[in-house]
Design a protein around this ligand. Structure first.
Ligand SMILES: C[S@@+](CC[C@H](N)C(=O)[O-])C[C@H]1O[C@@H](n2cnc3c(N)ncnc32)[C@H](O)[C@@H]1O
Length: 490
């Protein structure tokens, strides 16, 4: 850990960001991550598995923290359950905010110059270097993600712009040509010192504060600007300083990601495309094994099976939907990933995934042939209707029970229509047993991920197997979903 007197800090920070070529001994920092609310413990499990660190789940739901040595920093970019990453400058477990607005804000202003910025800024710089390498590896000519539908509101995932990732921002090289070696160029132009651009983002929760998040961001930001002599820029910033306040807990951090990592994989978004991070959490709940057959029978744009096949390439994934637009999005998304693998020189560019158009209530699959079903069901809000769900859900559960292996088969099902789901499940008690529920936030909606185990009952021998001829899966091809272009992901 590097420690310095306050008066020397700014100089150190300047040295830190201006001169990037000195070899530093590895040191340990705390990294924070925002994760889909409800999947904090799943994310902590992944951190333990991939980084070997035990993560602390914050009181502030949707965040975890873990320690990492800087020589392992690259590993944070292998995490699949995190949306955004940041390095912690300082964590206050019980910050005593002053009662009046003026006093509380004055305190924040006085805090900026005395915070231990150096290590966090060093990590920010190392991270820029890592991101630059990753971008180069992906290839400058890699196709830009595009929308399948011009009216689609989802912003496509943009590759980080190398000119924004200023490794030596003090020696900024904004005119750097793609493919040239930025580090060398920056060294050459060392004398042209440009101030860093920054912004402060404040996330505040709690009802006992006398100030708003805007007040805090503005006043703390002003003090940061004065201390570092950086330039404030709300849109084209090099450094994003985070001020996360939750009741009496306050964390000052520096962002390591520009935009949420949940947009990975998907280039052709649908109206209810699931965040890849949430899809990953659902997949982890069913613990895919080698050779497992895993089906998403209502795949939409394919977020779940795509995430699955990338992370668990030794399982076989089948994705289907009854909507032809959804199928074409899934196929396009798969093709994009295959192309990316080919461009990256992968020796096994294919993916163990297939796609079919089908009606979930009548799947073209053998009885007892599937290990796991993971799907995101129509909530009946943007997709289908609550009324239709009363018929759809029991039919789904019955057909899923038919194709799943008795005794070992499992289903991980996401829905916000909890009442309808509970009722349908109670009617299928002989075929499915509920193991547990993970409560999650999907685009502001409180939804449940229901983990079910197929009972040992042989399909065709329980009263639940008998299909009511009046109850079925009406086609939901023409439905609200295609008309309301509101993204489901947060
Ligand atoms: C909530 S969306 C799934 C979104 C998906 N997870 C994604 O990332 O895009 C539900 C999907 O169920 C499909 N669906 C509804 N009824 C169906 C049925 N009977 N058979 C097959 N698919 C159905 C819809 O077309 C829709 O794509």
């Amino acid at each position: 850990m590097i420690t310095h007197s306050n008066s020397a800090q700014r100089e150190m920070a300047e040295v830190c960001v201006n001169k990037g070529n000195e070899e530093l001994q590895p040191f340990t920092v705390t990294v924070g991550a925002t994760v889909p609310t409800g999947f904090e413990y799943t994310a902590a499990e992944e951190v333990q598995e991939k980084i070997g660190a035990s993560a602390r789940v914050s009181k502030d739901r949707g965040r975890i923290y873990f320690e990492i040595s800087t020589d392992h920093l690259h590993k944070v970019h292998h995490l699949k359950s995190v949306d955004n990453l940041f390095v912690v400058v300082k964590h206050y477990d019980d910050y005593q905010f002053k009662e009046t607005k003026e006093d509380a804000l004055l305190d924040l202003q006085q805090l900026a110059p005395v915070l231990p910025w150096n290590n966090a800024l060093e990590v920010w710089k190392m991270n820029n270097s890592l991101k630059k390498k990753r971008t180069r590896r992906r290839g400058a000519g890699a196709p830009k993600p595009k929308l399948s539908d011009a009216s689609e509101p989802e912003k496509p995932h943009a590759e980080p712009d190398p000119s924004q990732l200023n490794e030596n921002p003090g020696n900024a090289c904004p005119q750097q040509e793609p493919g040239t070696d930025g580090e060398q160029d920056c060294d050459i132009q060392e004398s042209e010192v440009k101030p860093l651009k920054f912004r402060v983002t404040c996330n505040r929760a709690g009802d006992k504060h006398s100030f708003t998040s805007n007040d805090a961001a503005r006043d703390f930001g002003g003090a940061v600007q004065e201390f570092f002599q950086w330039k404030a820029d709300m849109t084209k910033f090099d450094v994003e300083v985070l001020l996360n306040i939750h009741n009496n807990e306050m964390v000052v951090g520096i962002a390591l990601t520009e935009e949420s990592l949940h947009r990975r994989n998907i280039t052709h978004f649908g109206p209810t495309t699931l965040r890849s991070t949430l899809a990953y959490g659902m997949l982890r709940l069913c613990k895919p094994q080698i050779s497992d057959v895993i089906v998403d029978p209502m795949c939409g744009s394919g977020a779940i099976p795509l995430e699955g096949v990338i992370e668990w390439s030794n399982s076989f994934f089948l994705s289907g939907d009854n909507n032809d637009m959804a199928i074409s999005r899934t196929v396009n998304n798969i093709n994009h990933i295959v192309k990316k693998k080919q461009d990256g020189g992968s020796i096994s560019p294919g993916l163990s995934i297939d796609t079919a158009q089908w009606n979930l209530c009548n799947l073209p699959l053998r009885t007892s042939s599937v290990d796991s079903i993971i799907t995101d069901m129509p909530f009946g809000k943007r997709m289908g209707s609550r009324k239709k769900n009363w018929d759809l859900y029991p039919s789904c559960l019955r057909e899923m029970a038919r194709v799943c292996r008795p005794g070992t088969g499992q289903a991980v099902l996401l829905t916000q229509d909890k009442k309808c789901f509970a009722k349908a499940l109670s009617r299928m008690g002989g075929l499915w047993r509920k193991l547990h529920t993970v409560w999650v936030n999907v685009g502001g909606l409180h939804a449940g991920v229901f983990v079910l185990r197929r009972t040992t009952a042989v399909f065709g021998t329980t009263p639940e197997d008998v299909r009511d001829p009046h109850m079925g899966c009406e086609s939901q091809e023409v439905n609200m979903e295609e008309k309301v272009h509101t993204p489901r992901s947060e």
